[in-house]
Ligand binder design. Structure first.
Ligand code: NDP
Length: 264
């Protein structure tokens, strides 16, 4: 029996155990996936070995600790500085980032998208902005505070705070990359900025899943096609599962089983 877990704080709300256990069981893979509330991210590596697990997902707030805990990083994880999937192989920890490719796949259903506006500049925005740029999208970052924008500026992204925002050209897709709306009813930016950017957008996406956030509600009231973060969560899970099971199953084969976690 192979053991897997999700490390995070909090982890009680996580859908990952259900997603992975449904897939292990349906594919007759001898694995079990649990959850582990980890308070101190610096202990991640030690816990990984103590628990004798084969693989893990890592969620808020430990993705940067997970990056530091690995012996080997795949090229993309090393570029973005955040790891959400670790697999143990011959005593070494291999780190991957599956959030960003998951997000890329989730937005690929929207066609004719070129210019994307990110509301938010946290860890999720960091990895996804790079994957999107590599895939040919043009990403602009708007954030409440200036501090987090420094890193993006250095990487050549166009950045704004609420105070100096200007829209020179329409954005095709507007994405809520903040946690605004997760546990409160706030919009991710001043309403005036949404009133400027949304009318010209072809679609709007929120990375928060399982609820209609004030941002999604605002977009739906303006008849925009929208999507919450469920597909991103599903796709990052499928890609992690591929790593956990050493690519024995195809993406579509895993998807059939893992997506049942969203209808239970
Ligand atoms: P971080 O803590 O790294 O960053 C949070 C960002 O949100 C910052 O840019 C912060 O701005 C901004 N922010 C927070 N509250 C507000 C507010 N009230 N108004 C405006 N801006 C705000 O978070 P993550 O990047 O890790 O996560 C962001 C979101 O992505 C979360 O909601 C998380 O649940 C979701 N997520 C979804 C996934 C999925 O699979 N669907 C996967 C991973 C994350 P500032 O710099 O000014 O503080």
């Amino acid at each position: 029996m192979q053991l897997f877990t999700i490390f995070g704080n909090p982890v009680s709300h996580s859908k990952s155990p259900l997603m992975h256990n449904l897939s292990f069981s349906a594919l007759n893979y001898d694995g079990v996936y649990t959850r582990y509330k980890l308070e101190d991210g610096t202990q991640l590596r030690e816990k990984f070995f103590d628990l004798d697990i084969i693989g893990a997902n890592i969620t808020v707030p430990h993705k940067e600790y997970a990056f530091k805990a690995c012996d080997v990083l795949d090229e993309f994880a090393s570029k973005v500085g955040a790891v959400n999937t670790i697999v143990k192989h011959e005593g070494k920890l291999y780190g991957y980032n599956t959030d960003a490719p998951g997000f890329l796949k989730a937005i690929s259903e929207f066609k004719n998208i070129k210019r994307i506006l990110f509301l938010g500049a946290g860890g999720t925005a960091q990895s996804t902005s790079i994957v999107l740029r590599d895939a040919g999208y043009e990403v602009t970052i708007l954030n409440r505070s200036a501090g987090r924008l420094e890193r993006y500026k250095k990487e050549g992204f166009s950045t704004f705070t609420f105070e100096n925002f200007e829209m020179k050209e329409a954005f095709d897709l507007v994405v809520n990359m903040t946690s605004a709306g997760l546990e409160d009813e706030s919009l991710p930016c001043p309403i005036e900025i949404l009133e400027t950017t949304l009318p010209k957008a072809k679609a709007c996406v929120d990375v928060i899943y399982g609820k209609v956030t004030p941002f999604l509600k605002f977009a739906q009231e303006r008849n925009k096609p929208t999507k919450d973060g469920s597909d991103m969560l599903l796709y990052q899970g499928i890609i992690a599962f591929e790593h956990f099971t050493k690519h024995q199953y195809s993406f579509d084969e895993i998807k059939i089983h893992m997506q049942k976690a969203f209808i239970l």
